[in-house]
Design a protein around this ligand. Structure first.
Ligand code: DAH
Length: 355
């Protein structure tokens, strides 16, 4: 009986092809090839009408059995392949919890920010407030109210970045006094703002960025950081200034460092000094770092000039005060023996990670 042979052959062939199928897609091809619209089994079912009537029931049963077998075989193989696929997926996604983790590199504060905050802490512990001021200033706050004469060289465009806005048509800003608006060259102007706004007693510092038209080299940066300090109260003396700044130097550089106060000139203080600390490299004996002097200059200071008080309406007969200006990059350079200030600006992680 040819048809029954065909049915058995199909069952056998499907079984073989199922064993050969490696993926669910291949399995589906087997299903379509046998049970699909144009499948081999479907074709036989369709031809059942041409089977002689008396053979039809037996042939029909056989055909149904074969179809049921094929369907079951496909379902079983499908289950097997799904399990295999799942196992493969799990294996591929397996996490080896014993592998060493990837190290996260933690960021830190920039050295300048660290020192700036350290200075803030020292003065906050003494009861000072931390003030802020604008980067873009007028000549009044940066110079005039700080008692700098109209012809003071620091006002020239060689030493100050002027903002061109106020310059007369076509003239640029290179000539003294053409523009009134500038990038502050010092944080000292914040003293004026604070004294205008607050009544004494004033105990304040102002850390901040300042700008000067200097070419960057080992000792200069066109943009750097200062911490301004100002005290205004009744009965403030040079002794208070010295006690405060000696305390600051010891906190920043260590208890064993000596200080010395050298007379100097600043327009806004009288008398004025520059303060040196004893060299940490040679202990004061003299070496290359301190250029043989045993001392390193670290800040400028002085007693507030009565003229400055007059500009802001504080009575110099009632109040006295002192002021100081610290270069933060300079403190960094002295504390860590940095040979070149530009190292602080380049963002080289090999350098910055040391702090
Ligand atoms: N403003 C000065 C500078 O940039 C630093 C300074 C010196 C500030 C003496 C002061 C001071 O308040 O009293 O060089």
């Amino acid at each position: 009986m040819a048809l029954s042979d065909d049915l058995r052959a199909i069952q056998e062939q499907v079984g073989k092809r199922l064993r050969a199928a490696r993926t669910l897609a291949e399995l589906d091809q087997v299903r379509v090839g046998s049970l699909g619209k144009k499948g081999s089994l479907t074709a036989i079912m369709r031809s059942m009408g041409s089977v002689p009537k008396e053979e039809r029931p037996a042939m029909g049963r056989l055909a149904n059995t074969v179809r049921a077998n094929v369907e079951r075989a496909i379902a079983m193989r499908k289950e097997e392949l799904s399990q295999e696929a799942l196992a493969a997926k799990i294996a591929a996604e397996e996490v080896d919890v014993t592998l060493p983790g990837r190290r996260l590199s933690l960021g830190t504060q920039h050295l300048i920010s660290q020192i700036r905050e350290e200075i803030e802490d020292i003065f906050c512990d003494l009861g000072y407030t931390v003030e802020d001021g604008p980067y873009v200033e007028t000549a009044y706050y940066n110079f005039t109210a700080l008692n700098a004469p109209e012809d003071h060289p620091s006002r020239s465009a060689k030493d100050t970045f002027y903002v061109a806005d106020n310059a007369p048509e076509g003239k640029g800003v290179s000539v003294l006094g053409e523009s009134d608006v500038l990038l502050r060259t010092q944080t000292s102007g914040v003293q004026v703002h604070v004294m205008e706004e607050k009544e004494p007693p004033i105990y304040m510092i102002c850390p901040g960025t300042v700008f000067r038209p200097d070419t960057a080299d080992a000792n200069h940066l066109p943009q750097f950081t200062q911490v301004e300090g100002l005290v205004v109260d009744k009965g403030i003396t040079f002794g208070d200034l010295k006690g405060t700044l000696d305390h600051f130097c010891r906190e920043i550089f260590g208890k064993d460092r000596a200080t010395r106060y050298r007379p100097h000139f600043f327009p806004f203080t009288e008398p004025s000094c520059e303060v040196d600390v004893s060299c940490g490299v040679c202990g004061g004996a003299g070496c290359r770092f301190c250029k043989g002097t045993g001392w390193l200059e670290i800040l400028g200071c002085g007693m507030v000039d009565p003229n400055v008080f007059t500009y802001v309406g504080i009575d110099p007969e009632t109040y006295t005060g002192f002021a100081f200006g610290i270069g933060v990059e300079r403190v960094a350079a002295l504390r860590y023996d940095l040979p070149d200030l530009r190292m602080l600006m380049t963002g080289d992680m090999r350098f910055l990670r040391q702090f």
